[in-house]
Write a protein that binds this ligand. Structure first.
Ligand SMILES: [Ca+2]
Ligand SMILES: [Ca+2]
Ligand SMILES: [Ca+2]
Length: 359
């Protein structure tokens, strides 16, 4: 409290103010304001005493504030401690939640996946848990995959083959065959190697017109029509003579009529052991066939019809040749019966001139 020793005879504005605020510590602040407003009449001693009181009051205020600050600091420290404690507790709690569930074996929600041990897996395509926990897809000599919960053989290792289609023994067959190499097929043609079911196989080529069975189907040049490698020879007759040509208008006209269209076939191109077949005419204008470039009578051929063979290869048939005396007719037939019948009619058997193909 203020304990100013004011002199009695000198009571003035200060006395009044002090008396007004007597016992009221908080009013010192207002007093200060009022003093700044008008303290001109306060004597020096009064001011000194007042300053002392003011200092005492200020000190009291500061002390009070200090006490409050201390209190607040104390409170802050306490709250900080609480925060730290909460943080620690939170961390501990979080840690305990996860660890607790895992260690305690509490069911982990894997959604559509399956819990295997402590992890969630997709049993439909997980090679380590295919169709069930721990069901590992291991296939001998092969890479494995898991599809729809089933272990599947993905691919055999090099030189291994799954011949028996048995998954349990994986790719059980070993063969170091090499694909893509030239090889001889079972019918002697030149093929390409393939590795089929752990066995090296020689895949024959496609058929071509070469008097060989290229594709090993037992037939020689059977694709000749598609390959267009043979030419049809028609047979006509008129004016007591037989006539043969690959041109229909030659065998079918005002003087000849068509007996057989595509009566037999010649090769369109030269082949091993083949002979060219020329359409010739004698000086008497009688048509005949010859393998000689001068028709054997020093006359130029009218046309090259194709090629027949000198031997019965690739399914070729004999072509019988007969003629009438004085070269009145040159007759060619594919039929032994007709040949014999012609002999009965007076034709001279000239034997087989070549080998052709029947329709
Ligand atoms: Ca197998
Ligand atoms: Ca063939
Ligand atoms: Ca062939």
């Amino acid at each position: 409290m203020i304990k100013g020793s004011l002199h009695q005879p000198k009571r003035g504005k200060m006395d009044f103010l002090l008396g007004f605020y007597h016992g009221n510590f908080k009013s010192l602040i207002l007093l200060t304001v009022l003093c700044l407003w008008n303290c001109a009449g306060v004597e020096e001693q009064d001011i000194l005493n007042f300053d002392m009181s003011l200092e005492t009051g200020t000190s009291g205020i500061e002390s009070g504030i200090s006490g409050m600050n201390a209190g607040i600091d104390q409170s802050h420290m306490t709250m900080a401690g609480m925060t730290a404690g909460m943080t620690t507790a939170g961390m501990t709690t979080a840690g305990m939640t996860t660890a607790g569930e895992s260690e305690a074996g509490t069911q982990i929600d894997c959604g559509e996946l399956t819990l295997c041990g402590s992890i969630c897996v997709d049993e439909s395509n997980d090679p380590q848990n295919c169709g069930g926990c721990g069901r590992t897809c291991v296939i001998p000599n092969a890479s494995a995959s898991c599809v729809d919960g089933q272990c599947l053989l993905n691919e055999c290792q090099r030189s291994y083959f799954d011949v028996d289609q048995d998954l349990s023994n994986g790719c059980e067959a070993f063969n170091d065959c090499v694909a893509g190499e030239s090889c001889m097929s079972s019918c002697g043609s030149e093929g390409v190697s393939e590795c089929v079911n752990a066995q090296s196989q020689c895949i024959p080529p496609a058929e071509t017109c070469n008097l060989q069975d290229d594709d090993c189907d037992g037939s020689c040049d059977e694709d000749w029509q598609a390959l267009n490698c043979r030419v049809g020879i028609h047979r006509g007759y008129g004016q007591g003579e037989h006539i043969y040509s690959n041109e229909l208008n030659v065998v079918s006209n005002s003087t000849h009529r068509l007996e057989f269209e595509n009566y037999f076939y010649l090769a369109a191109e030269t082949l091993p052991n083949s002979r060219p077949v020329f359409y010739c005419k004698t000086s008497a204008n009688k048509p005949f066939l010859s393998t000689q470039t001068d028709c054997g009578i020093n006359r130029a051929p009218l046309r090259n019809l194709g090629f027949w063979l000198a031997s019965p290869e690739c399914g070729a048939s004999p072509l019988y040749h007969l003629k009438l005396s004085d070269d009145r007719d040159f007759f060619y037939t594919t039929s032994a019966n007709e040949r014999d019948h012609a002999v009965g009619l007076g034709y001279q058997d000239q034997g087989v001139v070549g080998y052709i193909w029947l329709p």
